[in-house]
Design a protein around this ligand. Structure first.
Ligand SMILES: Cc1cc2nc3c(=O)[nH]c(=O)nc-3n(C[C@H](O)[C@H](O)[C@H](O)COP(=O)(O)OP(=O)(O)OC[C@H]3O[C@@H](n4cnc5c(N)ncnc54)[C@H](O)[C@@H]3O)c2cc1C
Ligand code: FES
Length: 290
């Protein structure tokens, strides 16, 4: 059954069966990335941290048949509008699928399947004493933090936002946050603090109120691993939105399996992509990140 009300914080929204055709309504440049939107006529409002499998209706499978499979994308924002649910995605063109999606034009068709996967948990469900949130984003990983910040704000939960980018070409998505209280870092110093976003996190975690916050991070594997280690050292709960190569997105192919402590594996598409820091051996997953 499709959920028509907004999901509660941390509630996993179940995807309707099969894929649906949406119409693209806009595609804008955002720094070195693109933000595109589509109207989902029959889907539910997604939870922050969930993702969709996307494929353009036309010109999917170009030279050499690539891309063949749909590609995974975090939902960056969503709102009920006339005609359905508007879904916003932030895309960085790194290969055939992302390049095709980055070139979508208003009026084109987009096949979607979702929302899929496990969303972020409410701070209070992660740690009894967590009254607020610290969001840490790196590069294209800022996407799911935008919708998470908006959902936290709507629930009256304070969220501090730290975003880091490699350089100007590998940055964007700030419009999705619609707020000026973001602390920025860049490796090359073109904006904000010159250095890693984890430098900014270290300062916040030294504060007295660090233990009253839960940390949520999405970004390259080395950044996620650093966040995981810093939080574990200081006894602060964290959740990481991870990536792995995903062929199906719903648990059938095992292409996204990653090792878990004590042996065995989890499938990131159904047991994640959001995982607690202590649920994984390492955020440095083979084949993930770009
Ligand atoms: C849950 C999830 C959410 C994601 N959200 C976003 C998002 O919001 N915006 C965005 O731009 N990208 C996102 N990605 C990454 C995106 O799915 C990949 O960049 C895309 O599948 C690459 O397809 P391609 O055909 O363009 O390139 P390919 O030719 O398939 O790959 C190009 C490069 O990207 C790497 N790559 C391929 N697939 C993945 C993958 N799944 N994860 C990491 N690296 C990959 C390859 O190793 C290669 O270096 C997400 C991935 C996952 C799993
Ligand atoms: S992507 Fe197929 S099992 Fe996870």
């Amino acid at each position: 059954m499709t959920v028509t009300r907004p999901p509660k914080l941390g509630e996993r929204v179940v995807a309707p069966f099969g894929r649906r055709r949406c119409e693209v309504t806009r595609n804008l440049a955002s720094g070195g990335y693109r933000i595109f939107s589509a109207i989902d006529p029959a889907g539910p409002l997604p939870a922050a941290g969930q993702f969709y499998m996307l494929a353009a209706e036309g010109a999917w499978g170009g030279d050499g048949g690539r891309p063949y499979l749909a590609r995974a994308f975090s939902v960056a924002d969503a709102a009920r509008e006339q005609g359905g649910v508007r879904l916003d995605f932030l895309v960085q063109a790194v290969g055939p699928g992302t390049s095709r999606l980055a070139a979508l034009e208003a009026g084109e068709g987009l096949w979607i399947h979702g929302p899929l996967g496990r969303p972020f948990s409410a701070p209070g469900d992660l740690a009894d004493n967590a009254a607020g949130a610290i969001l840490v984003g790196g590069g294209i990983g800022v996407a799911p933090l935008a919708i998470w910040r908006r959902q936290l704000l709507a629930a009256g939960i304070p969220a501090r936002v730290l975003l880091g980018f490699r350089d100007e070409a590998n940055s964007g998505g700030l419009e999705l946050f619609d707020c000026s209280e973001i602390r920025l870092a860049s490796d090359d110093g073109h904006t904000g603090h010159r250095g890693f976003v984890t430098d900014l996190l270290a300062v916040l975690l030294e504060g007295d109120d660090a233990r009253s916050a839960a940390v949520y991070a999405c970004g390259p594997p080395v950044m996620l691993e650093a966040v995981r280690g810093m939080c574990a050292e200081r006894g602060v709960e964290c959740e990481l939105a991870m990536e792995a190569p995903m062929a199906c997105g719903f648990g059938a192919c095992f292409g996204c399996a990653i090792p878990v402590p004590g042996g065995g594996y989890m499938r990131l598409c159904v047991d994640g992509p959001v995982v607690r820091g202590d649920e994984i051996e390492s955020a440095l997953v083979a084949g993930s990140g770009h």
